[in-house]
Write a protein that binds this ligand. Sequence first.
Ligand SMILES: [Zn+2]
Ligand SMILES: [Zn+2]
Length: 345
Amino acid sequence: MTKETAGMETRAWIWNGSIVPELTSLPLPELREHDVLVKIRAIGICATDLHIMKRSAIFAEPPYALGHEAAGEVIKVGGAVTRVRVGDRCTLDPSIGCGSCNACLSGDKHQCVRNREYGINQSGFWQEYVVIPENNLYILPESIGYDEASQCETIHVCLGGMDKVQLRGGERAIIIGDGPTGLFFARLCRLMGASHVTVAGSRKKRLELALAYGADEAFSIREKDALSVVEERSFDVVIEAVGKAETIQLAQKLVANKGRVLLFGLPEHKVEFDVMDLILREITCIGSANAPRVWPRVIELLASERISVAPMITDRFPYEQLDQAIACAFAGGQERIKVIVENNG
Ligand SMILES: [Zn+2]
Ligand SMILES: [Zn+2]
């Protein structure tokens, strides 16, 4: 049953160090006992992809295929695979641990010193086909489309952040940032019982969607100084989902005494923090990246329609035009939220 992919090739969009990917073909790796061959059906273009392409992320060296948000269809399974079958529709967890260290055995494979991630530091889901361990797949119910399911990875990082910050019913929360993660955070804060949810963002369409997702108020920090709209030190929970020095420092100003700041947006440079203020006001700062344990709950949230992705998808491209999808994401604009690449062939 092994080596069933030997000699097979896949089309792949490769990041070669510039901001324009190139379509080429790559040999597929061997299908080992616990591996699955997946045809990628939908890919989400993420701000992290753009960060990597602009060389503003420290962890990436070209060339390889980016892409860490995807859903697809099982095409072949290795001899020892038991959880999934040919034809299953799945979402893909891009994170791989060694499987035997303390971090991996505790369910924290993203903190394994040998952790690898598809599309971050090894070839990812901008390929037409990928070989991936079966334990990285989560089966989708029919009700969840591939396009929506490509966003399970995005929702998973947000849900993992919520688990870490432990928002309690009746607490006041503010999310700084109105990208897809900022909007998902707003939704999750509402679902988890925040008494008041504020979104401080920058673009009209996203701020409108924040209200539809359950925020009580949403305003643009491009147009208004945040402190003219909301009170300093008035939020039990502040979620920073931008990653700029100004917004991280704003998070510190907005958090209440003894409050928690979830640091989630990736900064491109080192950021100064007022440590004296942290100590005297007993503020807790929590970093959050991945969260391998939350995937089954992400599927539950989508299947139960507690969270919907569709309103966020503003642009769609076929696989053959992934380069145009990237150009579209780079172009940004008032109306654009999430760019999805689909392969229906
Ligand atoms: Zn992402
Ligand atoms: Zn490990």
